[in-house]
Design a protein around this ligand. Structure first.
Ligand SMILES: Cc1ncc(COP(=O)(O)O)c(C=O)c1O
Length: 396
């Protein structure tokens, strides 16, 4: 039976990483894969994580299953840093939540809950959006639709077109928004634009669904949560997929949270029971380790302070690299064409190059990016930024 399957090509992003690894050029630069890297090119384990792990291992007495909704300290800690200490939805018990394997697992569980609520749910995602949104959420069974978001030529949001598309949405339709650090464009909504989305959600009655995979990497832990907190105050129902992969550096520990904000506490309890049941169908029980680390950090004042400092350093480095790359490109190209990079946020920005130019960067300069010309800013260092900027100028 299995001989009927045909082989699939490797993932293009992973293919870029492998090609870069095999390139003997000592000047090579990998701007492809989407993980944070420090100045040494490493994806470090946070010090707060090392300390939390040590404490957990010392106190551990069992490997028995975690409960179906997951680690309660993790859920309490994440919902607190997400909504903020005094948010009315927490005080009113209107939050349903289930631990999930990464942000991807949270997206999958939430897709399941939307489909159980309404079998023909339409989910509207931005163009462009994270490369796995449509495969993952579409495979779950949601009817995937797209709204305009980013104009690659103008290097700016297509906000007017987005608003026009959202004006056509209504009750029973779901609109996916990136909480911050939009992947792949790096272009985020301003507070004023978030407020317009809030007005539209209230007026039109669609349900906002926020994918929050970069909390703290944009402007700050509170600033990045502006959209989530504002919407949770204004609309009766909100969906959030939270990932601790980037902001706790826990990628391989698969640490995420599926969250619903519901109209009443009773409905939140119902949503939690449904999500736990969907998880049971998919993978039975959540993994323990990553969530226990996040729970340990967020339950401890000193570890929280240490973690916050590390997130701040990561964010400052990314934003500093953005400014540095824009300045270097202004010098090498003699134009202000790349100034927008400094104002975008998170790991990614588009350079606006053609696939042929991307290929030339790879073959002539050993600078690796994916064909859409999305770069991972964290692949730049003070040492290689000049080379990267010269290389980009050489293919323009
Ligand atoms: C926008 C977005 N959502 C979700 C995810 C999934 O994250 P995780 O690794 O936690 O599944 C990512 C990861 O790159 C992402 O960029």
């Amino acid at each position: 039976m299995l001989e009927k399957l045909s082989p699939l090509p490797p993932d293009p992003i992973l293919g870029t990483t492998v090609a870069c690894r095999n390139d003997p050029n000592p000047d090579k630069v990998d701007l492809g894969v989407g993980v944070y890297k420090d100045a040494g090119g490493n994806t470090p384990v946070f010090e707060a994580v090392v300390e939390a792990e040590a404490r957990i291992l010392a106190a551990q007495t069992t490997k028995a299953y975690v409960s179906p909704p997951g680690d309660s300290r993790f859920i309490e800690g994440v919902t607190r840093i997400l909504f903020g200490e005094d948010h009315p939805v927490l005080a009113d018990g209107r939050v349903g939540a289930v631990q999930a394997p990464g942000g991807s697992g949270a997206l999958r569980v939430l897709a399941g809950v939307l489909l159980r609520a309404q079998a023909d749910t339409e989910l509207w995602v931005s163009t462009p959006t994270w490369g796995n949104h449509i495969p993952l959420l579409g495979a779950a069974g949601l009817d995937m639709q797209q709204y305009p978001y980013y104009d690659r030529g103008a290097h700016a949001l297509s906000f007017d077109a987005m608003v026009e598309a959202l004006k056509q949405r209504g009750p029973g339709e779901v609109v996916l928004l990136h909480g911050c650090c939009h992947n792949p464009s790096g272009a985020d909504l301003t507070r004023e634009q978030w407020d317009v989305v809030g007005d539209l959600a209230e007026e039109r009655g669609f349900t906002p669904f926020i994918d929050f995979a970069y909390h703290g990497l944009g402007e700050g832990l509170d600033d990045d949560a502006y959209g989530v907190r504002m919407l949770a105050r204004r609309v009766p129902e909100l969906i959030v997929a939270y990932s601790a992969s980037k902001n706790f550096g826990l990628y391989r520990e698969r640490t995420g949270l599926a969250i619903t904000v519901d109209a009443t506490a009773e409905q939140a309890a119902t949503a939690t029971s449904q999500m736990a049941n969907i998880a049971r169908e998919l993978y039975s029980m959540p993994p323990a380790h990553g969530a226990s680390i996040v729970g340990e950090i967020l339950a401890d004042v000193e570890l929280t302070a240490s973690w916050t400092g590390e997130v701040t350093a990561m964010r400052d480095r990314l934003n500093g690299l953005r400014a540095l790359l824009s300045r270097s490109l202004a010098e090498t190209t003699g134009t202000d064409e790349f100034d927008y990079i400094a104002g975008e946020r998170g790991l990614f920005s588009f350079l606006g190059l053609s696939p042929e130019q991307v290929q030339r960067l790879q073959s002539e300069r050993s600078v690796y990016l994916i064909p859409s010309s999305r770069i991972n800013v964290a692949g730049i260092t003070e040492a290689n930024v000049g080379y990267v900027a010269e290389s980009i100028a050489s293919v323009l």
